[in-house]
Design a protein around this ligand. Sequence first.
Ligand SMILES: Cc1ncc(C[n+]2csc(CCOP(=O)(O)OP(=O)(O)O)c2C)c(N)n1
Ligand code: SF4
Length: 286
Amino acid sequence: MLEAKDLKSNDEIAWCPGCGNFGILNALKQAMVQLGREPKDILLVSGIGQAAKLPHYIKCNCFNGLHGRALPVATAAKLANRQLTVLVTTGDGDCYGEGGNHFIHAVRRNPDITVIVHDNQIYGLTKGQASPTTDPGFVTKFQPSGVVLEPLHSLQMAIVLGAGFVARGYSTEKDHLSWLILEGIKHRGFSLIDVLQPCVTFNRKNTHEWYAERVYKVNDDGSYPSGDKAAALHKAAEWGDRIPIGILYQMQKKSYEENIGLYDRIPLVEEPIENTDISGILKEFI
Ligand SMILES: Cc1ncc(C[n+]2csc(CCOP(=O)(O)OP(=O)(O)O)c2C)c(N)n1
Ligand code: SF4
């Protein structure tokens, strides 16, 4: 049986001590162990950033692409080989900033992938510029008078765009986060898990202590109506003295694969290639 130690890669971890990314890494490993699939059946896709380094630290298939471009790659991989469990690890800048357009259309398409956004409300890798989710008034070296823009409300946006699974996790709540990841994987279609992730170096406002005072779980007593869109929009907007974590919205709908009739065909990776002649294409490009 797969154990967390089997998932450890040989890459040295380059994150700062105390970074919230460690909690996400551990929660993801725990979810992968509980999922019970072989590492060869799992693909982690990422773009660029501190968050996007996560696939380097897990021994399974991994694709590290351009900044903001993880979602189309993950969608294509899932379409070509639907036996794969496809996960994306991405930063708030990578997913909602550089990759914002892909985010919108991935939600609309609803491919069966699970997207984990490491939301530290800052551009970590490039040393602390404001990201689309930074709180207004937050001072950085690059926004010395404080951020003037309203933050992008990614969870509400996903719900309004029709996402079938929208959740918020917190990197320190490992068991809760690994449960969210497993539920996201089980959900057929696009699953978004936005994870509150303290960046101890560049975000001295949204710290571990700041979150510990505010975060609460919504699904624990069974009274929260996660299938109610209006309630979900209301809950997702809560940000301040209290911050909800959990499955904020879930509604099963047809995935992209189902919608385009892919289940009636053999997966692309299983198509025979012996009689495929690509010499014409090669001539055109080489
Ligand atoms: C198209 C493009 N624009 C900008 C950059 C520079 N860049 C690299 S990482 C990054 C920010 C990453 O921030 P985020 O996605 O929030 O991830 P974090 O490092 O905070 O985990 C930027 C702007 C780039 N590599 N490519
Ligand atoms: S800069 Fe921030 S996000 Fe990057 S590793 Fe350090 S603490 Fe983590």
